[in-house]
Write a protein of this length. Structure first.
Length: 290
């Protein structure tokens, strides 16, 4: 299986290829090859910063001689006016790496900020419920987006289709019911020497009873009301982990958490997060001030 570092390297190569093509002709036409300079990363919006290591990789992969100095760590709170990074080296390199670095850091920091807001709200409300991401990620950026969720204080659900069995409605319907779905999942793991957690989605209390009879590691309550969720949590009574999913938003999540579920999953963490506003400006620029 391909490693996280290999995936990130492929993403960086593809991103540079689609952005620069046969050359950044704007930069090449007006910036001398040997011109040296410095640019600084300016934060323009309050949030949680994420992406320090991938930013370094972007710079060094394009030009190993770029000198990167960071002033924050992943997970640090940042505010407008903060300078979080400075990069020294060839001005051509600074200009050609600017957009990719900003695209990645703005995306990751926006996700981390959103995850922190959700999780901290649940903590402040006195619940023990943890927030989860989903597979609703930007193609090619899944590893970075899921890392951003963790940086913000959330937890990752499965990374992909390979590291957990999640029996959803279509699997169950194609199998002819929960009994068949779970029993086949267990047999598959045994026959193939796979040590995978098995999670089963249930749509009603009949399916919940069937899932508990078969036994699994986690049960997902799909589109349950908060009231039904509370009843379902009592029925499960610690026999496995519980998760709520299906149309739950920041504004509606608290009743589900107070119902006692272990996890709530949110596709919005990765498909609807707004990028954190920041800019990469030449040292000495008036635009470095807010």
């Amino acid at each position: 299986m391909i490693s996280v570092n290999e995936l990130n390297s492929k993403l960086i190569d593809l991103a540079f290829s689609e952005d620069i093509g046969d050359g950044d002709h704007t930069t090449l036409c007006c910036i001398p090859k040997d011109a040296m300079g410095e640019s600084k990363l300016l934060i323009k919006e309050e949030g949680i910063f994420a992406g320090v290591e991938i930013a370094k990789e972007i710079f060094h992969r394009f030009d190993p001689e770029l000198e990167v100095e960071t002033y924050v760590k992943d997970g640090d709170k940042v505010r407008p006016g903060d300078i979080v990074m400075s990069v020294k080296g060839r001005e051509q390199s600074l200009l050609q790496t600017e957009r990719l670095m900003l695209n990645v850091l703005q995306r990751m920091s926006g996700i981390a900020t959103m995850a922190h807001k959700y999780q901290q709200t649940l903590i402040d409300a006195g619940t023990k419920t943890r927030i989860l991401d989903t597979r609703k990620t930007t193609p090619g950026m899944r590893m970075l987006e899921k890392e951003a969720v963790k940086i913000g204080g959330g937890m990752n659900h499965r990374i992909g289709l390979f590291d957990m069995i999640l029996l959803k409605d279509n699997h169950i319907d194609f199998c002819g019911g929960i009994h068949n779905a779970i029993s086949r999942a267990k047999k598959y793991c045994k026959d193939n020497g796979k040590d995978l957690k098995i999670e089963c989605e249930v749509r009603n209390f009949k399916e919940l009873d069937e899932a508990l009879q078969e036994g699994c590691d986690r049960i997902m309550f799909d589109n349950f009301t908060p009231e039904d969720t509370a009843k379902a949590v009592k029925i499960v009574a610690g026999r496995c982990e519980t998760e709520s999913s299906g149309g739950i938003t920041f504004d509606t999540m608290l009743p589900y958490a107070k119902a006692g579920v272990d996890f709530i999953s949110f596709g919005a963490l990765t498909h609807s997060a707004k990028g954190l506003d920041m800019s990469f400006k030449a040292a000495g620029s008036d635009k470095l001030k807010i």
